[in-house]
Design a protein around this ligand. Structure first.
Ligand code: UDP
Ligand code: MG
Length: 319
């Protein structure tokens, strides 16, 4: 087994790749570690593939997977993770913003200090304010929700123990949430390392402001899936019961009041003239709907092939 796999998702980064591979080779030459660089070309429309072919012809460590079209960074990381043969896996952006000089320290944190994963922290960042400010807010929210104390969830430079990358499935735009996915898979020793960040030397950023919106929607999905993915009825059923109960109490109150009036022969107002009537109606309908959503979600999860797949770390005496 190789000591290290470096996965580089790359989309239209032809100018940077040569420099990056040379830099990695310089750093790795000072160590004893065996390694591979897996460049995942995410459907680039420039000359990236030509560049990668030339690089791989002269460096046996350089390997590549090329998508026919652009699928996004998460998809690129996912196939990179599946292909990785290293004992430790490090991901790194292709645009020379992440520094290969960090590799030895990251390796050390995984191998010696025993971290399951280590995330880079671009403490001093060379990006415009339009990017750094939303990012600060974003990281604060994710910290609160996930309980994982990282400052920079979206850092492209991260290191993992092999088991971690083989246990998580990164899809959609989930690459920002790999620490959450790792935690959910049972890897709790998650560390952080301040890393040097450089300005983008060539080309342009591939992500705009819309990433913030997608990011928050994905955060909802990740938290929902990790908490209720295998038991949706517990969420919908609880909410449905609560709603129905509120409606039922309101209806009961109205009915009782009406009966009291009738019983005492007092002229009673119409039930429909009370606001509680509408409250009761809406709540009971919403409650029922939530219940139905819960049942349908339960049916869907029961039919999912991975419904009984659990992350097993070790077996003793069992094949
Ligand atoms: N990237 C990719 N597929 C995409 C978008 C980006 O593989 O659809 C790669 C990109 O080539 C780079 C990394 O993801 O290596 C980070 O992208 P970028 O530098 O544009 O993001 P930023 O640094 O601006 O956050
Ligand atoms: Mg970048």
């Amino acid at each position: 087994m190789l000591d290290l796999s470096i996965i580089v998702p790359s989309f239209n980064e032809e100018e940077s790749l040569g420099e990056l591979v040379a830099w990695i080779a310089r750093v790795m030459a000072k160590s004893q570690w065996t390694y591979e660089v897996i460049i995942v070309d995410d459907g680039s429309r420039d000359n990236s593939m030509k560049v990668i072919e030339t690089l791989s012809a002269s460096n046996p460590e350089v390997k590549a997977i090329s998508f026919r079209r652009n699928y996004g960074k998460s998809a690129a990381l996912n196939v990179g993770f599946a292909a990785a043969q290293g004992n430790v896996v490090i991901t790194m952006d292709a645009d020379l913003q992440d520094s290969p000089d960090e590799i030895p320290a990251l390796m050390n944190m995984i191998l010696v200090e025993g971290y399951d994963m280590v995330s880079g922290w671009k403490k001093v960042r060379h990006d415009p304010l339009s990017k750094t400010l939303p990012s600060k807010i974003f990281n604060g929210v994710v910290r609160r929700i996930s309980g994982i104390q990282l400052h920079d969830f979206n850092c492209g430079l991260k290191a993992y123990r092999r088991d971690v990358v083989k246990s998580v499935e990164v899809y959609g735009e989930m690459h920002r949430y790999i620490p959450l996915l790792a935690k959910e898979a049972g890897f709790v020793k998650i560390g952080e390392k301040v890393v040097t960040h450089y300005e983008r030397k060539f080309g342009v950023s591939k992500f705009g402001i819309e990433r913030t919106i997608k990011g928050f929607l994905d955060l909802l999905s990740v938290t929902f899936m990790s908490k209720f993915g295998k038991r949706p009825m517990h969420l919908f059923g609880a909410l449905g019961t609560l709603m129905f109960f509120i409606g039922f109490v309101a209806a009961l109150w109205l009915g009782a009041k009406k009966l009291w009036f009738v019983f005492h022969s007092v002229a009673a107002p119409l039930v429909t003239s009370s606001p509680y009537f509408y409250l009761a109606l809406t709540c009971m309908i919403l409650g029922t709907q939530l219940f139905l959503a819960g049942f349908i979600a339960e049916l869907v999860t029961r039919n999912a092939p991975e419904r009984n797949v659990y992350k097993i770390s070790r077996k003793i005496g069992i094949e």
